[in-house]
Design a binder for this molecule. Structure first.
Ligand code: RM4
Ligand code: MN
Ligand code: MN
Length: 414
């Protein structure tokens, strides 16, 4: 018996002792899906400077190739989100783009419209005081609903940079009404079975007011829109200290949690690797999700099973593909720890009002070293037992650096 088998068997024995059903934990881990973002493979940066990374993807085909490598290494990242127009094909052939992805073994995931980079959107998109600009934004959003059909995507993922910088700049109530009307028009164009995932963000780029600043506003809009509209939680879009797992619990219970944009932050919307700053928070979020998936409550259970798990990161100094693999693996580890929470025991301690024991049960799961289990899962899934090391040794980074070179990056003050 080698060391690895040894530590795996010790872990299995301890899980069995706690009454954890290993097969269902393994099944859940094998069925986990994390979508990666096309824009995470391209050059990006802060508003001060974007550093060009050797081999960073420029074309959508290259982004798809990179996402395919992440899938090949991890086995749990089968789709890639696209951002329009960043990923608009030169010939406009979205069906061919979908075909290209499928040839690499990938699906196209969420379609992300972009109504924040044109000159016209200086004062906002759907919230703009000028009806002609609102119309322009609406046209783009509706175009993205059509793109969903062409690429076979079920999710329209919306984020708006809309807001104001100064008190008195615009009517806050009028902006709310414009958003309500605009979102209704978009909702009417969703493809059959398609979902609208509505993101919120505390601040930035607007500094005085943001039109969809928090989950409550997003939730209120989604409630009015209907069952195909759900809230998207981006982990970087909250004030420091906000209890994100509580937001997740509330939205799950209301059937209104649509998806995640995973990343991590220290201060604001830092877009750092998932789990790099606060892995405990990531675990607590997954704990709510794993609890909801196995709960008899409806619509909680069905909602949890339909959550779109997506990464939204833009690396600027740490490379591209390896940090993406690390983020996917960190999601896997957090999920594994959440799956081994002995829920019956936890509920019992909660019902007895046993504060200390309840907390112990949860934090013990977090402190369990699940890496031997993950190695076993990788082997059973036919992916490298250590995906990150295998990727770094594969020569892929060297190959794309040589083939693609280093391309000037936009961004920063010029
Ligand atoms: C935003 C938000 C969106 C993403 C853009 C690029 O901060 O997180 O989801 O599409 O950045
Ligand atoms: Mn996001
Ligand atoms: Mn963001």
């Amino acid at each position: 018996m080698n060391n690895l088998t040894n530590s795996y068997e010790i872990l299995v024995a301890s899980l069995a002792e706690q009454g954890i059903d290993l097969d269902s934990v393994k099944n859940a881990l094998k069925n986990q899906h994390i979508e990666t973002p096309s824009w995470g493979y391209a050059n990006s940066g802060t508003r001060f400077k974007a550093f060009a990374w050797p081999g960073a993807a420029v074309s959508t085909h290259q982004k798809i190739d990179d996402a395919a490598i992440v899938f090949k290494m991890t086995g749990i990242a089968p789709s890639v989100a696209i951002h329009i127009p960043w990923d608009k094909p030169e010939d406009g052939d979205y069906v061919a783009m979908r075909q290209y992805a499928e040839n690499q073994g990938l699906r196209i995931g969420a379609v992300n419209p972009n109504v924040f980079q044109d000159e016209s959107y200086k004062l906002g998109s759907l919230g703009n005081p000028d009806p002609a600009i609102r119309e322009l934004a609406l046209d783009h959003l509706i175009e993205c609903c059509e793109i969903m059909d062409k690429v076979g995507s079920a999710n329209l993922s919306l984020w708006f940079a809309d807001g104001t910088n100064y008190a008195g700049q615009d009517s806050l109530r009028a902006r709310k009404q414009r958003f309500e009307m605009g979102l209704q028009s978009v909702y009417a164009h969703l493809p059959v079975g398609g979902r609208m995932l509505l993101e919120y963000k505390l601040f930035e780029p607007a500094f005085y007011s943001t039109d969809i600043p928090d989950w409550g506003v997003s939730y209120a809009f989604c409630l009015k829109l209907g069952s195909q509209a759900q809230v998207l939680v981006d982990l970087g879009h909250h004030a420091p200290g906000v209890n994100i797992e509580q937001i997740v619990a509330f939205l799950l219970d209301e059937g209104k949690l649509g998806g995640f944009h995973f990343n991590n932050r220290k201060y604001a919307d830092d877009d750092l690797m998932v789990g790099s700053v606060n892995p405990y928070e990531l675990f607590l979020i997954y704990n709510e999700l794993a609890g909801a998936e196995s709960s008899p409550d409806e619509p909680t259970r069905t909602t949890a099973r339909q959550v779109a798990y997506m990464i939204d990161q833009s690396h600027n100094i740490e490379g591209k593909i390896a940090p993406m693999i690390q983020s996917v693996l960190n999601c896997q580890e957090a999920y594994a720890k959440a799956l081994i929470v002995p829920r019956a025991k936890l509920h019992e301690a909660q019902a007895n009002g046993d504060v200390f024991i309840a907390h112990q049960i949860l934090s013990n799961a977090f402190r369990t070293d699940v890496r031997p289990l993950l190695t076993q899962i990788h082997l059973e899934m036919g992916v490298p037992s250590d995906p990150l090391t295998a990727f770094l040794a594969s020569g892929y980074e060297k190959k794309i650096a040589a083939e693609r070179g280093r391309h000037a990056a936009s961004g920063g003050y010029q």
